[in-house]
Design a protein around this ligand. Structure first.
Ligand code: GRF
Length: 222
């Protein structure tokens, strides 16, 4: 990974932090040219904070319940994040809706992972809804975050089959395994300057992206 500058990441979580773990592991091994400046959770005491501490990364709590309203919380969150001077802000299971004030502040340097093949199944309970809809394929998407919930331009996707007999848990586990490959890869592309937001579109290697990149094309399942 020589020659690529390490970028500073701020990772926002609300819970388990398995995507965070994948990012921490790849940063530690040198596969991902990134330094995790801080992990910030809006929920105190969650497992992801412990993962950060174990990796020697500052684990910060900012409990949204301590704020009178969303805009007070977001103002404090912006201050906390900006104090870390991140090049890129990563939402990894961060379960708060963000207002346009926040998403505009970080426009072009804010990524989210969503467990569906966007634009299908924005919002919650995506695995359950994919099964109920009779989908034969499901997956996860990385997108730049804009004010529209789960609606920003998609960078990359990972696809998995929906198998007979799947329930939301078995399907979620299959998707999650691919998420752990997908997110570090997208972050690496950002670090290498390969992906950027240009208005409402993504550019990859300087060219407007017509279709999201597919993980299967670059990293087939093990
Ligand atoms: C993942 O399924 C991710 O797609 C969604 O929230 C979940 C977070 O899981 N946004 P974890 O906290 O990374 O384990």
């Amino acid at each position: 990974m020589s020659g690529v500058r390490k970028i500073r990441l701020a990772v926002l979580i609300s819970g388990r932090g398995s995507n965070l773990q994948a990012i921490l592991d790849q940063a530690a091994s040198g596969e991902l040219p990134a330094q995790i400046a801080a992990v910030i959770s809006n929920r105190p005491g969650v497992a992801g904070l412990e993962r950060a501490r174990k990796a020697g990364v500052p684990a910060l709590e900012l409990d949204h319940k301590n704020f009178a309203d969303r805009s007070d919380f977001e103002a404090a969150l912006i201050e906390l994040i900006d104090h870390q001077r991140p090049d890129l802000v990563i939402l990894a299971g961060f379960m708060r809706v963000l207002t346009a004030g926040f998403t505009e502040h970080y426009r072009g340097r804010l990524l989210n992972i969503h467990p569906s093949l966007l634009p299908k199944f924005r919002g919650l309970h995506t695995h359950e809804r994919a099964i109920a809809a009779g989908e034969i394929e499901h997956g996860a998407s990385i997108h730049f975050v804009t004010a529209e919930l789960d609606g920003g331009p998609v960078v990359a996707q990972a696809r998995v089959p929906v198998l007979p007999g799947d329930d939301p848990d078995t399907l979620a586990a299959r998707v999650l395994e691919r998420e752990h490959r997908l997110y570090p890869l997208a972050i690496r592309w950002f670090a290498e300057g390969r992906i950027e937001l240009d208005g409402e579109r993504v550019r990859f290697d300087g060219k407007p992206m017509v279709e999201p990149l597919r993980l299967e094309d670059v990293a087939p399942p093990d």
